[in-house]
Design a binder for this molecule. Structure first.
Ligand code: S3P
Length: 188
């Protein structure tokens, strides 16, 4: 359903039945950039889970890892996701998770229970690593070297595959991936 010139041209969430689009996948998958593109094109608000954690904590992800450790970060991540899910009313949202969030069973279960549309953005680990190297401004405490990166990706991939949809992102730009997500969800 079009909202007319200037408005988002996509089908409304109530018609499609989509309550929230949740982007999952490894570091470098493009979750935040595709999330921002989907938000703009659908006219739905965008939430980046890591941004919300950092704003609440008034600390960067790197500082949380350094000062409190990964286990504490995972607890914060789960609590923050739980409140985000709880706040979702009738108006839909686009949400980008951090790379490890969907690999935690409690987070995946929460999203499944809420009936959200999860999309796994995928690419080969070598490609994901290359993208992370290009984003030097982002501190990623778990990136490590290519071997560690690949090992963690392989461990987590079976979890990501539990998402409702998988989109291959290699060789595509952000807008192509957003188009594929919109089409696959029947939002156009
Ligand atoms: C993490 C990925 C990061 C961030 C944190 C942990 C992970 O998010 O949540 O550093 O466990 O893979 P991005 O996927 O946006 O880099």
């Amino acid at each position: 359903m079009s909202t007319g010139p200037g408005g988002p041209p996509e089908t409304s969430a109530s018609v499609s039945g989509v309550r929230a689009i949740v982007l999952v996948g490894f570091m470098g998958a493009g979750k935040s950039s595709v999330g921002a593109a989907l938000s703009r094109r659908l006219g739905w608000p965008f939430e980046d889970l890591d941004e919300r954690i950092q704003a609440q904590e008034k600390r960067s992800i790197e500082q949380i890892f350094q000062q409190s450790g990964e286990a504490a970060f995972r607890q914060l991540e789960h609590a923050t996701l739980r409140s985000l899910v709880g706040e979702l009313g009738t108006s839909p949202k686009v949400v980008a998770l951090g790379g490890g969030a969907f690999a935690q069973a409690n987070n995946a279960a929460l999203l499944e229970e809420a009936g959200f549309s999860t999309i796994f953005l995928d690419a080969a680990p070598e490609e994901l690593f290359r993208r992370c190297q290009q984003q030097q401004q982002l501190d990623r405490p778990l990136r490590g070297d290519l071997q560690q990166f690949r090992r963690l990706y392989e461990t987590r991939r079976p979890c990501y595959l539990k998402a409702a949809l998988r989109i291959e992102t290699a060789g595509k730009d952000v807008e192509d991936v957003a188009t594929e997500a919109i089409t696959s969800l029947g939002l156009r």
